[in-house]
Write a protein that binds this ligand. Sequence first.
Ligand code: ADP
Ligand code: MG
Length: 373
Amino acid sequence: MKVGILGGGQLGRMLLQAAANYDLTTYVLEKDPNCPAAHLCHHFSEGDILDYDTVYQFGKQLDALTIEIEAVNVDALTQLEKEGVKIYPTPSAIRTIKNKIAQKQFYADNAIPTSNFVITHSVNEIHKHLSLLPAVHKLAEGGYDGKGVQVIEDEKAIALGFDAPAVLEEKVSIVKELALIVGMNAKGETVIFPPAEMVFDQVYNLLDYQLSPAKIEEKQLWKAEAIARKVVQSLKSPGLFAIELFVDQNGEIFVNETAPRVHNSGHHSIEANYCSQYDMLLRIILDYPLGNPAPILPSAIVNLIGAEGYSGEVVYEGLDEVLKMENVFVHLYGKTTTKPGRKMGHVTIMSNDYQDLTHKANKIKHTLKVISK
Ligand SMILES: Nc1ncnc2c1ncn2[C@@H]1O[C@H](COP(=O)(O)OP(=O)(O)O)[C@@H](O)[C@H]1O
Ligand SMILES: [Mg+2]
């Protein structure tokens, strides 16, 4: 079977690492010939995943196609689907998720709990919705890694908003942020990974530190699982999805956003779960039985982010020390240059003891630094 991936970042790279266990030929389309996934696939194509003809020509030769980023040409995928190429997630699911207005509307239409919102087209329009403040303004399209998300605390901060189509949603008093990964196969059977719990870096808005399974009450776990399943069943698309959730002060759960692909919150599943998120997606694409998402041991993820003040050829300071630690797994994404805030790799820690996880995560954060020559 010929399986293609649109996008060649670290998610594509880890998907290819899992694909090496199966009998398939892999294809990657991406602009940058030195991207993390370029050297792990059988066939690399240099090209723009947002361009209709490029995506269409790339997809025509394949049996199945998946994505590792939502910013792709959905029209080309729709045409390929019509012509019989298996596109997981479906182009229609990608279209819904890709645009934050369409995504929020989808939650509302399917009675999926999400924070109250209105749609805005200009900064000035925010003045009409003062009762929603404090709120979060989110660009409908084009935002990534926290860019395109702006907190509007009060009337005085309105000028910070976006002068383009956007969602204005009530700010949730977040106690915990969770992510649940759900897989669904062509028969509509679902499988759900234990939730991951995260802490964010205030400066870069990138995921900073993560624990899985999350420490939450049984009742919240049921709610979170039911909501995550409902999202995927309502999308009616085979594939693998990550559902980001907020738990608020009252224990209420809201969907923040969904990613129709393997997700940074699931990196730990490579070592810490019987079936990884990458293996799960491949099983779904190849029509194999679903895997076992149960954890082997609790785990933590520390992201390796380019340090402030360093740009250029990357150096991983303190790597030896971290490699000496027990039950610690280092993943470097093969990016040759670093810059402040760039995701360069991650480290997974496994332990039965959450205190040990936290302790080791902090140690790694202070020992391993992504700097330049
Ligand atoms: N409605 C909200 N209330 C409070 N915090 C929010 C809200 N929406 C987003 N955030 C915060 O901003 C972060 C980034 O927002 P998100 O919509 O997930 O954008 P991105 O596409 O950058 O991941 C969230 O992880 C959360 O910490
Ligand atoms: Mg997010």
